[in-house]
Write a protein that binds this ligand. Structure first.
Ligand code: ADP
Ligand code: MG
Length: 426
């Protein structure tokens, strides 16, 4: 019975794929075999399009404090509007854990989106049910309805197939544009793709293009800069990039476990004792592969992590001191070695950048990379906000919009929300 339903559905999806997908846009994009299909590869006129966006914006007392994520979804929504689609938007907001939490309603987001687009965006009372179905069927071309917070239902994170099917039944095509959620196999990201032709939106397409290049066809010399708080968060990223990159630069808190592995005194700097062996192993592996791992040679240290701490520049970390940024000699060393880069990927701030006195290493390297004529990609939530705080976004080719998702991509994992995008051969 179940199999039979699945076969029928597969057949329907195939038939509708042939009906919906035009190959002209694909030809224009000039892509080669089996490229992932984008919103431009599908006919949208008069179709109901379900677009999964990432509207998980910060809210304070019901007011949106940063609408970057809403703005980031505009190109895809605007394209669908221009094509005359009936648009159904879906997103989560916060962690309501399967309960209706009124403070996590998407109503303020619908209002903000209306302002940004200059047209009315309706908000549904829920994301499933009769009322929602009739609201969707009353949509006219180039009208938009935002479904209520998808995580008000626990079936979302459980990727419940019945739930996914009822969401999918609202539409003719599925567009995933929520990169930040694409490492999660949730119903509105992955489950719905079982029932609908599935393409990427502009935001997701840009992420896929850059990360696939890093993983499959990096421009050499390809350098990876890794920093941030902990080695343990980044083990799989380091291991994967060690295979791909020509050199690896390590800074930030994680550098000190590597230095400790070399027998260097690190004072009270961040140390993960249980990762010393692993760090030693990675250094040995790199040496075996003939690849350089470049570690800090001097440091900005302080007795405590605070705004008004007294800082010193040192080459040897004194007892009791914490290294909180790379020093000036390290910056010069990094810059010299980065100069001929064809491609740079950067994950993890090089110092405790939240405090001005420890932000100079990250800022100097960010400015230098911004000036390079190379493909420059940033992954990681804190690294992205660090570069944003320096006002250097325009100096980079791509700043990933997904913290966790970008890390999993760099680990070489296949993201569920990316693997569901239909491919098309030329
Ligand atoms: P991302 O989110 O970009 O992946 P992480 O979360 O791994 O980056 O790391 C960011 C954090 O690392 C920042 O909060 C920063 O203060 C911290 N950090 C950077 N350098 C150091 C250091 N030397 N000591 C302690 N923490 C550091
Ligand atoms: Mg982080």
């Amino acid at each position: 019975m179940h199999l039979c339903r699945k076969t029928t559905l597969t057949f329907l999806v195939l038939v509708s794929s042939i009906f919906l997908f035009s190959d002209s846009a694909q030809a224009r994009r000039g892509k080669t075999t089996f490229s992932k299909m984008t919103i431009e590869d599908v006919g949208l006129s008069g179709k109901t399009v379900l677009i999964r966006v990432d509207f998980n914006v910060p809210l304070k007392d019901g007011v949106i404090t940063d609408d970057t994520r809403i703005r980031a979804a505009l190109p895809t929504i605007q394209y669908a509007l221009e094509q005359g689609a009936k648009i159904v938007l879906t997103s989560h907001l916060g962690r309501p854990k399967g309960e209706v939490v009124p403070e996590l309603s998407l109503a303020p987001i619908a209002r903000r989106l209306s302002e940004l687009l200059g047209i009315n965006v309706g908000i549904a009372p829920d994301c499933i049910g009769n009322e929602v179905e009739s609201m969707v069927s009353n949509l006219r071309e180039s009208e938009i309805l935002l479904l209520e917070n998808i995580r008000f239902h626990s079936e979302e994170t459980e990727n419940d197939p019945v739930f996914a099917r009822s969401i999918a039944s609202l539409a003719d095509v599925f567009v995933n544009d929520a990169f930040g959620s694409s490492h999660r196999a949730h119903a509105s990201v992955v489950g719905v793709a079982d029932y609908l032709p599935t393409v990427s939106g502009y935001l997701l397409d840009k992420e896929i293009t850059y990360f696939e290049q890093i993983l499959n066809a990096p421009e050499h010399p390809f350098y990876a800069i890794l920093g941030g708080a902990k080695v343990s968060d980044k083990i799989a990223v380091i291991e994967n990039l060690l295979n791909l990159a020509d050199k690896i630069f390590i800074g930030g808190g994680m550098a000190y476990t590597f230095l400790a592995a070399q027998g260097i005194e690190i004072g009270n700097s961040k140390l993960e004792e249980d990762k010393i062996e692993l760090a030693r192993g990675l250094l040995a592996k790199a040496a075996e592969m003939g690849k350089e791992i470049i570690l800090p040679i001097d440091h900005i240290v302080a007795e405590e992590i605070s705004e008004d701490a007294e800082v010193q520049i040192v080459t040897e970390i004194p007892e009791g001191m914490i290294a909180l940024d790379i020093g000036p000699q390290t910056r010069e060393l990094f810059k010299e070695a980065l100069g001929d880069a064809g491609m740079v990927v950067w994950n993890g701030p090089l110092g405790f950048f939240e405090i001005d006195a420890f932000s100079h290493g990250s800022r100097d390297i960010a400015e230098f990379i911004a000036s390079l004529d190379a493909i420059k990609v940033v992954g990681g939530g804190d690294t992205a906000s660090c570069i944003e705080s320096f006002g250097l976004i325009d100096g980079f080719s791509h700043i990933s919009t997904g913290g966790g998702a970008s890390l999993e991509y760099l680990e070489g994992k296949i993201l569920p929300g990316v693997s569901i995008i239909n491919t098309q051969s030329d």
